[in-house]
Ligand binder design. Structure first.
Ligand SMILES: Nc1ncnc2c1ncn2[C@@H]1O[C@H](COP(=O)(O)OP(=O)(O)OP(=O)(O)O)[C@@H](O)[C@H]1O
Ligand SMILES: [Mg+2]
Length: 363
């Protein structure tokens, strides 16, 4: 059982704590994705699991063995990096075989494993080439091949696709997903790509300043973000977050820019409280006819073909060019006049509410 357990794992560089106590159970065969903004500690956490970084506190165990003091080579893991890290003077075959040779695995078995991995990744024809003679995508496959031949208990990926162009990234993303399913190897994958975060893993961990803000299935996190940070981070374009206040009965939300949002189910226990209201761009609709919508001024319209993004500002006041705070996503090609006003509806079932002080979700 290749379970990975993290308990109160910490890392400090000098006085600065960058990983602030992570507790985690990654199950056998599970694919977990870590997502978070630049500098939040994703690579540090992964490198600590790999053994490339010492840990300042807590415990990491792999397959039931505490690995805190074990060398990377003793941890039964294989890591794939963003920059491939292939040996330029070795052929593809030698690159893939190298780690096995070091481990003194018999030549025939090495040949067999490399051949099999090459078949899976469809790089059999390139085995004699040097990495220089390969495209970025092919190089990334070789890097994956090198990880696969080791038959590790755990795969660790650090943004393996971010050097590839958009189309290739989509293809490799699907391949990694299939590969992980077929091999069933416990995997931890770091990314800051929204789509990879949503689609690749069984579970997603949102990391913010060294703290796991939320751990759950991608859909759980999309539908019920537990904090304002997670709400604003997951989803593209980001969820609209606006300040508001529940009225004295807790029946509607009053927006400072003007307008109220009626709630079908009152929130008596929070009456009068300051909140942050969240609504995703794809959940905002145009108010029809005499509906009492929220007034906004349109600042910029972006037509993406499949969708139209309308950037606007709340209220009727004068706006500055930088005021593109609120985004509406409408399907299809829609035309609007920039500078004009429109009225919007926020469907009750798609509203998210957070305590303005703590940032925690209000149910
Ligand atoms: N060797 C080091 N010495 C001091 N600080 C470090 C060291 N390595 C990383 N850090 C700091 O630790 C924090 C986390 O870095 P880390 O590389 O884990 O971020 P990340 O989430 O992977 O970011 P990115 O998305 O940009 O790769 C950063 O603030 C970084 O500056
Ligand atoms: Mg990183």
């Amino acid at each position: 059982m290749a379970q990975v357990l993290l308990s109160n794992v910490r890392k400090s560089y000098g006085d600065v704590e960058v990983i602030k106590g992570v507790d985690w159970q990654i199950n056998d065969g599970e694919f977990v994705v870590i997502v978070g903004p630049s500098g939040c500690g994703k690579s540090t956490l992964l490198r600590m699991i790999a053994g490339l970084e010492t840990i300042s506190g807590g415990e990491i165990s792999i397959k039931g063995t505490v690995v805190n003091k074990l060398e990377p080579s003793e941890r039964d893991i294989a890591m794939v990096f963003q920059n491939y890290a292939l040996y330029p003077h070795m052929s593809v075959y030698q690159n893939m075989a190298y780690g096995l040779k070091i481990k003194k695995i018999p030549k025939e078995e090495i040949e067999e494993r490399v051949q099999k991995a090459a078949e899976i990744l469809e790089i059999e024809d390139y085995l004699e080439r040097s990495p220089r003679q390969l495209s970025g995508g092919q190089r990334q496959r070789v890097a994956m091949g090198r990880a696969i031949v080791r038959q590790p208990a755990v795969f660790l990926f650090d943004e393996p696709l971010s050097n590839l162009d958009a189309k290739l990234r989509v293809q490799m993303r699907l391949e990694i997903k299939k590969l992980q399913e077929n091999l069933g190897i416990t995997s931890v994958y770091v990314t800051h790509d929204q789509v990879e975060a949503m689609t690749l893993g069984h579970r997603l961990a949102v990391l913010n300043e060294g703290v796991v803000e939320q751990l759950g299935t991608p859909i759980e996190i999309y539908e019920k973000p537990q904090t304002v940070f997670v709400a604003g981070f997951i989803g593209s374009p980001s969820m609209n977050l606006i300040n508001g206040k529940l009225d004295d009965e807790g029946n509607s939300i009053v927006l400072p820019e003007g307008g109220t949002v009626k709630l079908s189910k009152g929130k008596k226990q929070y009456k009068g409280q300051e909140i942050t209201l969240g609504i995703r761009p794809e959940h905002v609709t145009l108010a029809k006819g005499k509906e009492n919508g929220i007034e906004v001024k349109i600042s910029v319209v972006e037509q993406l073909g499949a969708d139209t993004l309308v950037h606007c500002t709340l209220g009727k006041g004068e706006t500055k060019i930088s005021d593109t705070g609120f985004v509406v996503r409408l399907s299809g090609i829609k035309t609007f006049e920039e500078g004009s006003f429109m009225s919007l509806n926020f469907a009750d079932k798609h509203l998210h509410m957070f305590d303005a002080k703590t940032g925690k979700r209000i149910e």
